[in-house]
Design a protein around this ligand. Structure first.
Ligand SMILES: [Zn+2]
Length: 406
């Protein structure tokens, strides 16, 4: 996977200053965990910290401790404590708690054994302590395992902070196939969101001249299609299905890694999901799985975009801010191309069917998002990433709203 992406990057003449993928290894196979000690020894790491929570220690952390002891590698498992409402969250309390248990002088490598949240905590700490980190995912739940950005909650606000990507990923199918069904459905939801994020990225290129890469687009699109083709076996959580889901998530992550930005994998559906997350943080409500929100948000954005195309909105829309004049001109000029791209996004019913297949949520109310929050988020989600020109942003910044009720 690494060689293929780096070869594509080397061959691409798209004019983008790509980053090469510097991971040593990406292993997605049955028994991958048992290969970790040899990797650690071959790279000369002698003293290892494993970061896990109660669930992920049972899934992988404890076994890794045993494997390392057998191999004679000094190690310690640091347990991330849940917060007052029982959530394991990537916030300043967790970061300090874990950092205090890692001795700078006697640590060569930090292993993230767990979910996306554990990875975000570890990637930030590893970056700040200038230590390499190794990824051992315990569920195929998110496309951020190999990301360089850590979304962290600081003083109640979610912000993405620059951090490190892992030196290697060891994703053990024996562990991943036993992951809770909700986490698998969330990973599938995060992938499904690429239908609208890829559209929005292309829309931003057309309307606002946002930098775009055909290579990153095709890597992400291939990953998405591979994952959708395997929906049935992902639902059964068999090894083949989980392998394709995990590979898709990692490939989507690699597309972001070579670009240095998240554009291919994050459009209006992610902005909507972030809006809900911020609201939940403000209200102190229990957090929902990232991919569960993204999957539902993708169906809502698909519905809005399809209606805008059906009502001919792209041909009539006028800017409310003079700064957007050129963008709206470009939208009129490229109306047919944009409408064709919208029609290529699966309709909301098709997306819901796919989500249902893997046992995921399909409706905002299942997430606790009521109609008031839904319509407020649709009007305000574009403020989450003010530098992205999504169709949702264009719609919210137009003077001529369609008849669409949001
Ligand atoms: Zn995501």
């Amino acid at each position: 996977m690494i060689e293929r992406v780096n070869r594509l990057v080397a061959e691409d003449k798209g004019g983008w200053h790509y980053h090469t993928v510097t991971l040593d290894e990406i292993v997605v196979e049955s028994g991958a965990l048992s290969r970790v000690p040899a990797y650690i020894q071959n790279h000369g790491y002698n003293r290892v910290i494993i970061v896990a929570d109660d669930n992920t220690a049972r899934a992988a952390g404890n076994e890794l401790v045993e494997l390392l002891v057998e191999a004679g590698v000094a190690n310690k498992q640091v347990m991330v404590k849940p917060n007052a409402i029982g959530d394991v969250v990537a916030d300043e309390q967790t970061i300090i708690q874990v950092m205090l248990e890692i001795d700078h002088e006697t640590t060569d490598l930090i292993v993230a054994a767990g979910s996306g949240t554990i990875h975000d905590v570890v990637r930030f700490i590893a970056y700040k302590m200038n230590k390499p980190f190794l990824s051992v995912p315990t569920a195929p739940s998110v496309d951020g395992f190999n990301s360089k950005g850590a979304p962290l909650i600081i003083r109640g606000d979610k912000i993405t902070i620059a951090a490190s990507s892992p030196v290697a990923i060891f994703a053990d199918l024996d562990i991943l196939t036993k992951a809770p069904a909700a986490l698998v459905a969330a990973g599938f939801g995060d992938m499904l969101g690429k239908y609208t994020s890829l559209f929005d990225w292309n829309f931003g290129r057309i309307a606002a001249g946002e930098p775009h890469s055909r290579l990153a687009e095709s890597i992400t699109k291939d990953a998405l299609e591979q994952c959708v083709r395997q929906a049935e076996s992902i639902a059964r959580r068999d090894a083949e299905g989980i392998r394709s889901l995990m590979n898709s998530l990692i490939e989507s992550g690699l597309a972001m890694l070579i670009l240095g930005v998240s554009h291919p994998a994050s459009g209006a559906e992610h902005h909507l999901s972030h809006y809900w997350e911020m609201e939940y943080l403000r209200l102190g409500r229990k957090q929902l799985l990232h991919g569960a929100k993204v999957g539902v948000a993708c169906t809502i954005i698909s519905e809005l975009y399809h209606r805008l195309a059906d009502e001919g909105w792209l041909g009539q829309a006028l800017e409310s801010d003079p700064a957007d004049h050129e963008a709206f001109q470009a939208i009129h000029e490229h109306r047919e191309e944009i409408e064709a791209a919208i029609r290529a996004i699966p309709a909301p019913d098709q997306l819901k069917q796919l989500l249902r297949t893997v046992g995921g949520f399909t409706e905002p109310l299942q997430l606790g998002v009521d109609s008031e929050l839904l319509s407020r988020s649709l009007r305000g989600a574009h403020h989450i990433r003010p530098n992205r020109f999504t169709l949702l942003r264009a719609y919210n910044k137009s003077m001529q709203p369609s008849k669409v009720m949001v």
